[in-house]
Design a binder for this molecule. Structure first.
Ligand code: FCB
Length: 435
């Protein structure tokens, strides 16, 4: 089961927490809802941990807000902020649930943004320092660590398309931000391992597997470029291959990239630091036709017309895509272990007169994707974990509370939690799979 700090915690200025780029993005009028109250998880920690225990999961992925631990991104540690995660970890361990923290799920300290954020080189050491501070404190109880979440989204939605914080819109910034996220990741792997013996560390990478939209060879070519732009740009360097040459050439021909200026000596080795697992966030696939090698408008993601339909994000439901992509990653890169770090569906079903949320479409989505993981394992892919996005309805970034991914309904007036039918289904599915 997976969540992230900004999306559920609320309490955005409590106990010395600093401002993040998403807090500022809202203050600047770029999102419909602000960071408060979210699900007020910060003040309802025990109740939420009890729900997780009742669900029966043996692992929980959450993220740590950099701004609670180091309100300005660097400098003095905020004891109260780090103390919150200390209690969270204790609460999980007491309940027999393994903590899987993510260090960076997009909520950069605003103070660091003001000195360039992910575009500036300094960030890689600031992130490394933050990783060291957190792992030194929690590492006696936390063995599994996810460094960064979805670098394509953070770099490109945040710095090229401008639809996510910090809202920049140029290629150079996007490519530099992506590069620094990867270098920061590699440095963090070593920093965590320096603090925590037997730590298992990996990144959480988003993907959008591409297929040619038709038999036209032009669509096949476009699909290769799209895959390079969206997927290989991150998977290749993480596995020691450097950035994909076809895409490097394209970017330099188009004047988007000065690789010599961006990549410092040793960077590619740092990025290729061995991971213990490769985390994969999977929601959907994309058919690509000539002319759509890159997304013109990432918020209008033109899916195919699949027999399984779409979720309310407009994402095509394609469980076979998850199975195939896990097998492809295994065959292409041979990661030591694969973990599905996010998978889930947005459907807005609310409580009926009987008070029950009958979210059958979410159950169908999850059942098909769990089967896809089982199939991928049968085909030889070393998939060792699967996290559902998400425990409860929360802030879906720029879409506020409208997109609901939770297995728990959260009443927006009272913040009362009501498990949905999918929660009960998942609970019995866990029991069934454990045998
Ligand atoms: C992913 C994000 C996660 C959530 C889901 C729906 O891109 O990592 O925070 O918003 O999408």
């Amino acid at each position: 089961m997976a969540t992230s700090a900004f999306q559920i915690e609320g309490a955005s200025r409590a106990d010395g927490k600093g401002e993040s780029i998403w807090d500022r993005f809202h203050a600047d009028g770029k999102t419909p809802v602000g960071p408060d109250p979210a699900c007020d998880h910060y003040h309802r920690l025990e109740e939420d941990l009890d729900l997780l225990a009742y669900l029966g999961v043996d692992a929980y992925r959450f993220s740590i807000a950099w701004t609670r631990v180091l309100p300005e991104g660097t400098g003095d540690v905020n004891a109260a902020g780090l103390g919150f995660y200390d209690r969270l970890v204790d609460g999980l361990v007491e309940r027999g649930i393994e903590p899987w923290p993510t260090l960076y799920h997009w909520d950069l300290p605003q103070d660091l943004q003001e000195s360039g954020g992910w575009v500036s080189r300094d960030i890689v050491h600031q992130f490394e320092n933050y990783a060291r501070v957190v792992s030194a404190r929690l590492g006696d109880r936390v063995k599994n660590w996810i460094t960064i979440n979805e670098p394509w989204v953070a770099a490109f939605l945040g710095h090229l398309y401008g639809v996510f914080a910090p809202g920049l819109t140029d290629w150079n910034s996007a490519l530099r931000a992506g590069h620094h996220l990867l270098v920061g990741h590699g440095l963090a792997v070593s920093a965590i391992k320096g603090e925590v013996s037997e730590a298992a560390v990996g990144p959480g990478i988003d993907c959008r597997p591409a297929r040619p939209a038709s038999d036209d060879p032009a669509d096949a070519g476009a699909s290769v470029v799209f895959d390079g732009f969206r997927n290989r740009w991150f998977f290749d360097p993480l596995h020691g291959r450097g950035y994909p040459e076809d895409i490097m050439r394209r970017y330099s021909d188009l004047g988007r990239l000065d690789a010599g200026e961006m990549i410092e000596v040793g960077d590619m080795e740092v990025i290729a630091t061995a991971n213990d697992f490769l985390g994969l966030n999977y929601y959907t696939t994309l058919p690509v036709s000539a002319g759509s090698e890159e997304l013109d408008d990432p918020e209008v993601d033109p899916g195919p017309d699949p027999s399984d339909g779409y979720t309310e994000m407009g994402w095509a439901i394609d469980p076979g895509g998850l199975r195939d992509y896990l097998v492809d990653l295994h065959e292409e890169y041979s990661p030591a272990s694969l973990v599905v770090t996010e998978n889930g569906a947005s459907f807005s079903d609310g409580p009926n007169d009987d008070g029950v949320v009958h979210d059958q479409r979410r159950i169908d989505y999850l059942a098909a994707h769990v089967r896809a993981v089982v199939d991928a394992r049968a085909a030889g892919a070393p998939v060792d974990g699967y996290f559902v996005w998400s425990l409860m309805d929360n802030i879906e970034w720029t879409q506020g509370y409208d997109q609901k991914f939770g297995l728990i309904w959260v009443d927006r007036d009272t913040l009362e939690r009501t498990p949905k039918a999918s929660f009960d289904w998942y609970r019995s599915e866990i029991e069934r799979l454990r045998g």
